[in-house]
Ligand binder design. Sequence first.
Ligand SMILES: Cc1cc2nc3c(=O)[nH]c(=O)nc-3n(C[C@H](O)[C@H](O)[C@H](O)COP(=O)(O)OP(=O)(O)OC[C@H]3O[C@@H](n4cnc5c(N)ncnc54)[C@H](O)[C@@H]3O)c2cc1C
Length: 439
Amino acid sequence: MKYDVAVVGSGLVGKALALLLAQETHYQVVLFDQTEVSVHKQSVPMAQMRYQDAAFTQSPWAVSALSLSSRAILQKLGLWAQLVQMGICPFAGMEITEALGAGQLSFSTSDLNENCLGYLVYNDLLADLMQKAIEQHECITQYQRHRLQNIRMRADRVDLSFDRGQYSARLLVGADGKHSRVRELLGISVTGGRYEQDALVCQIKTQRPHEWVARQVFLEQGPIAFLPLTARDGFDPMWQESWPRACASEQYSSIVWSLPQNQARDLMGLSCEAFKRALAAHVPTALGSLEHCSKLAKWPLYGQSANNCVYRHAVLVGDSAQVLHPLAGQGLNIGLMDAAVLVDLLSESQQEIGLVHSELFLSRYRRVRKLHQKSLLAVTHGLHVLYRQRDWWLILGRNLGLNWAHRCRPLKRFLVKQASAHRDYLPKSFWPYHQQWPF
Ligand SMILES: Cc1cc2nc3c(=O)[nH]c(=O)nc-3n(C[C@H](O)[C@H](O)[C@H](O)COP(=O)(O)OP(=O)(O)OC[C@H]3O[C@@H](n4cnc5c(N)ncnc54)[C@H](O)[C@@H]3O)c2cc1C
């Protein structure tokens, strides 16, 4: 069977891309994944989580900080309101501190003229929502447990071989993550690679509420982020008028602790109590003492970008195109932006020349995305390198720099816009969704 667009990889970026294509174009889309993509039968909200003092009983959920542009994309897909009901946590402040010194930089909603700076969402809830929407779209065909094995480029199409069959499409999109088989089969090399750090992820309960502030502390070993979560099954619309003051009682946070691989391994091997003691030493004073801790998960960290994101009738999006250190919390945001820009150009190409694999439009995609992808990669990698330096003059410079940035309002505005909004990179058709929205 010949399709218009074949998307290989049904992670959050592949799913969003398939949905946007189905909504914005008339193309027949086929979505493949090597795993079985099932809707989680029951997504357990934080409120139902049974924390126990003595044991790590619950595996941590993967959570992502989403920017206002990602919200606009999900709004255009008609998924945002449902996601809010299922459980998101808006945050109204960001604090960055350096453990070696007194450097501190903080942002608030007044720096962005928005009612929040971003949202913490549970990845599994978002994936479930997208999966349900995909199942309702007639122009999306989905094949699960299909592992891509080979690609043959023809003049007018791409032939794809999977372990369970052969398919053809006029355009191939690789959304198959950081170890992309699509990228490898197309012979596209990458710059960068595995960091010598792993990230430990867990959820915690602290004595004091997080007050809707996302905090990041740069420790000697690496950054540790405390990301606010809501303990409720959904964000109560009644709170909106008085938010964030009214419900400042939330005490759950998600932790992303990046540190050298051997230290991460040692911490994974600790008992619950011993790990709590190790973590408690780094919990910001504003959160009080550490009360509970979920099970730990470990993620290898990468910083890499594909040296080309377009090759003949094939395009790379999401982690297959670039992987960022999570210290900036931007990997998913940039992947959703890849999807939005690509679909915008494909719908334009469909209207103008009726060709899904027009080289003109695909090279435009490469041009439009290059600056955003490269600049975010450079910033996150630069911060990673800078904060690993132990020279006293660099430590002093970092602290002075943070404090100076904190006092320099135009710079603060610029930085928070880059971290939270990205509107300049969002296609114009998404702009109406970028307006202030209750939540
Ligand atoms: C600790 C941590 C914290 C993070 N926090 C944030 C954050 O706060 N904010 C943010 O924006 N980002 C964050 N990120 C980054 C974010 O999670 C990723 O950028 C994003 O999930 C990538 O999605 P993706 O769909 O591109 O790739 P993936 O999620 O990796 O999906 C790839 C899909 O392709 C499939 N696949 C692979 N190979 C094949 C094949 N050969 N054939 C068929 N299918 C295949 C896989 O099964 C998978 O389903 C974080 C990352 C980490 C590690």
